[in-house]
Design a protein around this ligand. Structure first.
Ligand code: ZN
Length: 297
């Protein structure tokens, strides 16, 4: 399914999905009944008290550029989390089905450097990890790069993210394909990278504007639509939960004001949407399940 944002095209490239206990986010039954229970099925399975957590990349064709956002986990990696360990998933075939091959990707943007956002940066060549996208510029926000770089003098290792920098970032640096940028950074007239810190220190987002329509590719600034209404809610694993909540709160108001589309990294179907108002609360408005995006009135 291709979503049109003005003259730009956006496609989703799924890697995997698995259930996550909703209690990691909230156990407030009144809020769950009032808001989460009204969302599409993937955001709450009442029988198991879980929601579906997707790993998916966004492929953007805009202004002559092919841009890949958040290339998931990658295959063949040793990971502590069973869902990610030595996986053999057809993500590259799905990228092809979405209309791109590794050689046609011009820009790779990782919102942050957790394992599920930079895995396909590299693939195993039999004896070493090599860049998957040989022609691409890999754009990384400098604060995020420094947060993980062992040579920076102040990395903060994270048990769920060990070896990710060595396997998914360093080989791309050595190939000369990484461009460290300082947000805000303009890629092209309609594409820019902005800081959205908190989930990780240097977490950033991609903003797309085309023919008066806007979309934000927000990585892990949001994990679940409940956070649109309640920016204070978060899953475990944030570098700075209070800063993440402040970034989220600002984004909710801004996207609502701009009537912009929200394209998060992990949302269940329909995977993207708008921000609306219901009474005195902001709410996530899921996009139509099929067809092009259309402007809201
Ligand atoms: Zn993530």
């Amino acid at each position: 399914m291709t979503v049109r944002i003005g003259a730009a095209e956006v496609d989703r490239v799924e890697e995997q999905q698995f259930p996550v206990p909703l209690s990691l986010l909230t156990d407030e039954t009144e809020f769950i009944d009032r808001r989460i229970g009204l969302l599409p099925a993937g955001f709450l399975d009442r029988s198991s008290a879980t929601f579906q957590f997707f790993n998916q990349s966004w492929l953007i064709r805009a202004g002559g550029l092919t841009v890949l956002v958040d290339p998931c986990n990658g295959n063949g990696r040793e990971r502590r989390v069973p869902y990610f360990d030595h996986q053999t998933l057809p993500w590259l075939r799905r990228l092809h089905a979405a209309g791109a091959v590794p050689e046609s990707v011009d820009v790779v943007f990782c919102t942050h450097l957790h394992n599920d956002h930079c895995g396909w940066n590299t693939t195993w060549a039999g004896d070493r990890w090599v860049p998957t996208f040989p022609r691409a510029r890999y754009l990384l926000a400098e604060p995020e790069y420094r947060r993980w770089d062992p040579a920076s003098g102040h990395p903060h290792p994270n048990t769920h993210n060990e070896s990710v920098f060595d396997e998914c970032v360093q080989p791309v640096v050595e190939a000369g394909l990484v461009e460290l940028i300082t947000p805000p950074h303009r890629i092209s007239p309609g594409l820019s990278i902005e800081a959205a810190p908190g989930h990780t220190e240097g977490h950033a987002l991609l903003r797309l504007e085309s023919e008066g329509e806007r979309a934000y590719f927000t990585g892990d600034a949001f994990h679940h639509p409940a956070q649109v209404t309640r920016p204070d809610l978060h899953l475990p694993g944030c570098d700075d939960p209070a800063l993440a909540a402040a970034s989220r709160r600002a984004l909710v108001a801004r996207l609502h004001g701009e009537r912009a589309y929200l394209f998060p990294a992990h949302f269940a179907a329909p995977h993207y949407g708008l921000i609306g108002r219901d009474g005195d609360e902001y709410v996530f408005v899921p996009a139509p399940a099929r067809g092009p995006a259309s402007p809201v009135s």
